[in-house]
Design a protein around this ligand. Structure first.
Ligand SMILES: NC(=O)c1ccc[n+]([C@@H]2O[C@H](COP(=O)([O-])OP(=O)(O)OC[C@H]3O[C@@H](n4cnc5c(N)ncnc54)[C@H](OP(=O)(O)O)[C@@H]3O)[C@@H](O)[C@H]2O)c1
Length: 168
């Protein structure tokens, strides 16, 4: 099993504000959906609650929510008390590529504990005000692909789809 992380990050590292996303990039939303489809998606309790009720649990994916609250319930999701426990569920269910989908605390936890093999990072080429950040990637992470997109009518910021893997 290879563990992936997927995130959209502004130029200044911001990923969210007031427990919500900041920008609207339909092309990135589509990329997120297509990339994670059929897999386990692992998220923090705050990220789960930030998803509008009509969109959660994320369809056609096994939704795993991480919380320290022993009695926390999330309809249609499995609640676990650690990232390791969530990854164990994905492994037992035979998912070759579970996705860590945020937010800030869970990204930090996953990266600092060395639990991630691959990163799908959408870099939004603009700086935003926010209160949640993606950690600075350490030097071991090497860019392995990049596709640049120009802004258009519906996607009003330039952005790049970048993948990273650990270099030797
Ligand atoms: N741009 C992007 O790609 C992207 C993606 C996802 C989310 N976001 C944004 O990120 C923000 C939310 O991120 P966040 O950092 O505030 O919260 P978060 O990481 O989504 O969730 C934090 C919660 O996870 C649980 N948790 C954290 N560490 C844990 C541990 N070691 N063991 C067990 N449970 C643990 C706790 O839940 P309990 O309090 O219940 O114990 C904690 O309150 C929102 O603004 C959202 O829009 C952005």
């Amino acid at each position: 099993m290879k563990v992936s992380l997927i995130v959209a990050v502004a130029e200044n590292g911001v990923i969210g504000k007031d427990n919500d996303l900041i920008w609207d990039l339909p092309k990135d939303m589509r990329f997120f959906k297509e990339t994670t489809m059929g897999h386990h998606v692992i998220m923090g309790r705050k990220n789960f609650e930030s998803i509008p009720e009509r969109f959660r649990p994320l369809p056609n994916r096994t939704n795993l929510v991480i919380s320290r609250q022993i009695d926390y319930q999330a309809e249609g999701c499995v609640v676990l008390n650690s990232l390791e426990a969530a990854l164990k569920v994905a492994q037992e269910n035979g998912d070759p590529e579970p996705f860590i989908i945020g937010g800030g605390q869970i990204y930090k936890l996953a990266l600092s504990n060395n639990l991630v093999d691959k990163i799908y990072l959408t870099k939004v080429h603009y700086s935003f005000e926010g209160d949640t950040f993606f950690p600075e990637l350490s030097a071991e992470w090497k860019e392995i692909s990049r596709v640049d997109h120009q802004a258009d009518e519906k996607n009003i910021y330039n952005f790049s789809f970048i993948t990273y893997a650990k270099g030797k």
